[in-house]
Design a protein around this ligand. Structure first.
Ligand SMILES: [Ca+2]
Length: 173
């Protein structure tokens, strides 16, 4: 019994030691938690990715969205469409509406072999309308993102950089 009391006392001492807090502000330091974010992938070392040019008969286009800061749970990203391209006429995205849609970026079931961040694609299906209606522009913008832990920023580091991507859809009729 005496032994148990000793162990309990030692435990209390250890726990007391753990609860001691250091106020970094008193030492002239501050700690700010870096927010997680999602952004469009910037291919290679390209720091200023320009619009993507596709023809309207190209089929599908994959717009890659990544979570460079990592995540422990599925990230849901909400995005919106703008530009002159008309949803349902010039393009569709499965599960989306003319206003936009959402993408679930799931954790990979196995470690990434390419060392890339966790990512997934918004798959844009281009529609050829058989009408000579000129080139169209589709802009996809990441509006918000969250996982089970809370909100993530959109755009690289929460800035406008790689927050939206522009697709020029070239008319071939
Ligand atoms: Ca056309």
């Amino acid at each position: 019994m005496k032994k148990i009391v000793y162990i309990a006392s030692a435990l209390v001492l250890v726990l007391t030691g753990c609860t001691e807090e250091y106020d970094l502000n008193d030492r002239g330091l501050s700690v700010e938690e870096l927010p997680g974010y999602v952004a469009f992938d910037s291919p290679g070392t390209n720091v200023n990715p320009g619009p993507v040019d596709v023809t309207e008969d190209e089929g599908t286009l994959e717009l890659n969205v990544e979570v460079p800061t990592g995540t422990l749970t599925t990230v849901t990203v909400n995005y919106s469409f703008s530009g002159t391209a008309v949803f349902g006429t010039d393009f569709i995205v499965d599960g989306a509406t003319s206003a936009g849609g959402s993408l679930d970026i799931d954790l990979p079931t196995s470690p990434a072999v390419d060392g890339r961040p966790i990512n997934d694609d918004i798959i844009v299906e281009l529609l050829q309308d058989d009408v000579a209606d000129g080139d169209k522009t589709l802009i996809v913008t990441l509006d918000s993102a969250s996982n089970a832990e809370g909100a993530l920023a959109v755009g690289r580091g929460g800035t406008d950089f790689l927050k939206s991507t522009t697709v020029n859809i070239i008319d071939i009729d």
